[in-house]
Design a protein around this ligand. Structure first.
Ligand code: ADP
Length: 319
């Protein structure tokens, strides 16, 4: 392999730049040329492809977002779109591709591999919802952004007797809510993977009030429902003032944490190694602090799981 490509696709996450940097530097270290494809699969179809040099990725390791930009591309879900993409790759002499993104982007990578184009996936999403890896790039940064926001809310919460509902990202995965809830000592964590009982949530708040707690914090993953709906239900059932905060897109931004920069560098470098070893149709991951890889087909067949012990612990500690 003499020339590879790299793109970021779907939702962006902090640390994607560190991953792009590692792909470019690791490939050039091995004497391989790298082409950057802007705007994900959309840019691939349109031929938005440029050669990258060592200096192209200078001064980006600490920046959030992605210097290659990202996009969602419906056309790439069609065979015609995928063929156009492969034509562009061939036209530019690119022989292998690193796709940095979430599970949607992995489906695109899977299609490229099925058509015989060597592709490796790198898990970049704040949701931490990709099987085969303990952590995805961006999760740690988003978690710390949420913790920072809740700490601030907690400061003002202590001055008033109120219930605070915080809605965090996670349409199908409750990892951000669970980790943030544990890290912030939330009274209640509501996530898509576990059934919730509104009566129990209300009883928790009531118990807290009775034992003199000034406030309670309830973290809701967006996949379960709107934080405002939870807030309204609580206000309707209990005589407590309720304030709702939807953290939204601030969770996607910011300078990546040290953990995310290191993870991105390790995973992206491994992706280049796999392409050079001829191991395509793979995805890289970290499990028990070891860099591993699995077939994309196997990963996409598995459901996302949360750590149920951690969920139980969060309940035990919030009594
Ligand atoms: P994420 O990668 O963050 O999960 P999306 O689910 O939006 O984000 O997927 C990103 C892009 O991946 C889509 O816009 C599309 O171009 C491509 N993609 C998603 N699903 C498929 C599929 N089944 N086949 C081919 N490409 C797909």
């Amino acid at each position: 392999m003499k020339r590879i490509g790299v793109l970021t696709s779907g939702g962006d996450s902090p640390g994607m730049n560190a991953a792009i940097r590692a792909v470019v530097r690791k490939a050039i270290y091995h004497g391989i040329e790298v082409y950057g494809i802007s705007y994900g699969y959309q840019g691939l179809i349109e031929g938005d492809i440029k050669k990258m040099e060592l200096g192209s990725v200078g001064d980006i390791i600490h920046r959030g977002g992605t210097m290659l930009y990202t996009a969602r591309c419906e056309e790439f879900k069609t065979l015609e779109g995928q063929k156009k993409g492969i034509e562009q790759l061939k036209k530019h002499g690119i022989e292998g591709l690193v796709v940095i993104g979430g599970d949607g982007s992995y489906r695109g990578a899977q299609k490229l591999s099925e058509h015989g184009f060597p592709t490796v996936g790198v898990p970049g999403t704040i949701d931490n919802d990709i099987p085969g890896t303990d952590f995805t790039i961006g999760f740690d940064t988003a978690l710390n952004t949420i913790i920072d926001a809740i700490d601030k809310i907690r400061d003002t919460a202590t001055s008033h007797e109120r219930t605070y509902v915080i809605e965090v990202m996670g349409r199908h995965a409750g990892d951000l809510a669970l980790w943030a809830g544990l890290a912030d000592g939330a009274e209640t964590i509501v996530i898509p993977e576990e059934e919730h009982d509104m009566n129990l949530i209300l009883a928790n708040i009531k118990r807290g009030v009775e034992r003199g707690k000034k406030h309670s914090i309830i973290i809701v993953a967006e996949g379960v429902g709107s934080g405002f709906d939870f807030g309204e239900k609580i206000s309707a059932e209990m005589n407590v003032e309720t304030r709702v905060t939807v953290l939204g897109h601030i969770q996607r931004g910011g300078s990546p944490t040290g953990a995310d920069r290191v993870l991105a560098s390790r995973l992206a470098a491994k992706a280049v190694d796999l392409l050079l070893e001829g191991k395509a149709g793979m995805t890289v991951g970290i499990q028990r602090n070891e860099i591993v890889y699995h077939s994309i087909n196997d990963i996409l067949d598995q459901p996302h799981k949360i750590d149920t012990d951690m969920y139980k612990l969060s309940q035990e500690l919030s009594i």
